[in-house]
Design a protein around this ligand. Structure first.
Ligand code: FAD
Length: 366
């Protein structure tokens, strides 16, 4: 464990806002978690927070308190192998009575994989693909740690991490209690989990259930830009590897790399709107990309921001990206406040024009 005071933390977030932390604890091993609990309990009134890879946070100003930043060892462990026969004959045949080839054809083998929270999510998905374990291919190339992915319940191209999630191990940084949370206890929603409301739990590791790739596995390709890409490249019956490669390519072509241009991915969430708001949008543009999801209307926040004229517009060293209207960009040297104020300007303008409140997806630290 390392401890710093009055530390520049610009490089610990992908937005790269120019901010400092009063105290920064770098956790280098999960064995040190209890030491952190003891340290935090020495000053019970002090503000503190956990920071993963910093790809989804915006600090508005210097942080007056302690940041616990995780830089522990990463590990990935395959836990168990389960056989699940999904053949129409399964009711009448036992596993033993099937030929090996039939077992492989009819029985996707699923594996549980446990990964430490500090592992890069993108690395984990790439590892799964290399080992022919499928299910997470739509979530390829998303920056951040496995811990952050659980907290945010990350999603992309029609899938969310909770679909393959089994459980998570976490330690409460006030009480020191370590607990396994099963999926049904995590209350996952759109970029939400119980850990977002109770940020005292430090995620240690997570377990996912993945399928062994086989001919019966059908990857999800319904997301528009993905199906367009596959069509363009004449990929007719894509397998999980095709989908993974397509998504890596699409993301690289349209999202700015944080190492080159500070950003935190989509800054705002796609709002759910009322039928009245949907009618209002339709009256402005009958081609607007409205869609009905779970009986609720939704509209992409990127469309609203673009229509409001903010796409590619730069104000000093901040702006919304020219290819992705949802992405708030630090063109270099921006303060947290400048980034925040720009986000507020965009949010207010969208509300004034469309009477729709777009809410941040990024965690804003005030
Ligand atoms: C270019 C780019 C593209 C992106 N694309 C997507 C996308 O397609 N879909 C998507 O959903 N997101 C996307 N994101 C957002 C981001 O990658 C995810 O939210 C990511 O999971 C955040 O992980 P992190 O480790 O960086 O978390 P941080 O930003 O460090 O933290 C986020 C929150 O999680 C908490 N946290 C982090 N680690 C732990 C832990 N171990 N224990 C307890 N709490 C923890 C923090 O306290 C904070 O509240 C993108 C970001 C970028 C920069």
């Amino acid at each position: 464990m390392k401890i710093y005071f009055d530390k520049d933390i610009r490089r610990l977030t992908t937005l790269g806002a120019n901010v400092r932390a009063q105290r920064l604890i770098i956790l280098e091993s999960y064995d040190e978690v209890q030491d952190v609990v003891n340290l935090l309990n020495l000053k019970p009134d002090e503000t503190w927070m956990i920071l993963g890879f910093g790809s989804n946070v915006l600090f508005i100003k210097d942080y007056e308190g302690t940041i616990v930043h995780i830089q522990c060892e990463s590990h990935i462990e395959i836990l168990e192998r389960t056989h699940d026969i999904v053949s129409k004959d399964a009711e009448t045949q036992t596993l033993a009575s099937l030929e090996i080839s039939e077992v492989e054809a009819y029985a996707p083998t699923s594996l549980q994989v446990q990964i430490s929270a500090n592992t890069s999510w993108a690395y984990f998905v790439a590892y799964c693909m290399r080992n022919d374990l499928v299910g997470l291919e739509n979530l390829a190339s998303i920056p951040g740690s496995v811990g952050g992915a659980v907290i945010q319940n990350i999603g992309a191209y029609g899938r969310e991490q909770n679909e393959n999630f089994v459980n998570v191990k976490a330690t409460h940084l006030k009480t020191g209690e370590t607990k396994i949370f099963e999926k049904n206890e995590c209350d996952f929603g759109y970029r939400a989990s119980i850990f977002k409301n109770d940020s005292s739990w430090l995620i240690i590791s997570a377990t996912y259930e993945l399928q062994k790739n086989n001919a019966l596995y059908n990857p999800l390709v319904t997301y528009e830009s993905l199906s367009r890409y596959l069509h363009e490249y004449d990929i007719i019956n894509p397998n999980a590897h095709d989908v993974y490669n397509a998504i890596v390519a699409i993301r690289a072509s349209k999202l700015p790399a944080p190492e080159l241009l500070g950003n935190a991915g989509s800054f705002f969430k796609n709002p759910y709107i009322t039928p009245e708001q949907a009618n209002f949008i339709r009256a402005i543009d009958e081609q607007a990309p409205l869609r009905l999801q779970d009986d609720k209307w939704r509209i992409p926040a990127s469309w609203l921001i673009e229509q409001a004229g903010w796409k590619g517009k730069r104000v000093g060293v901040v702006g919304m990206h020219d290819q992705q209207a949802l992405v708030l960009v630090n063109y270099g040297g921006a303060t947290g406040r400048a980034l925040f104020e720009h986000a507020l300007r965009v949010q207010k303008d969208v509300q004034d024009k469309f009477h729709i409140l777009i809410e941040p997806e990024v965690t804003i630290i005030i």
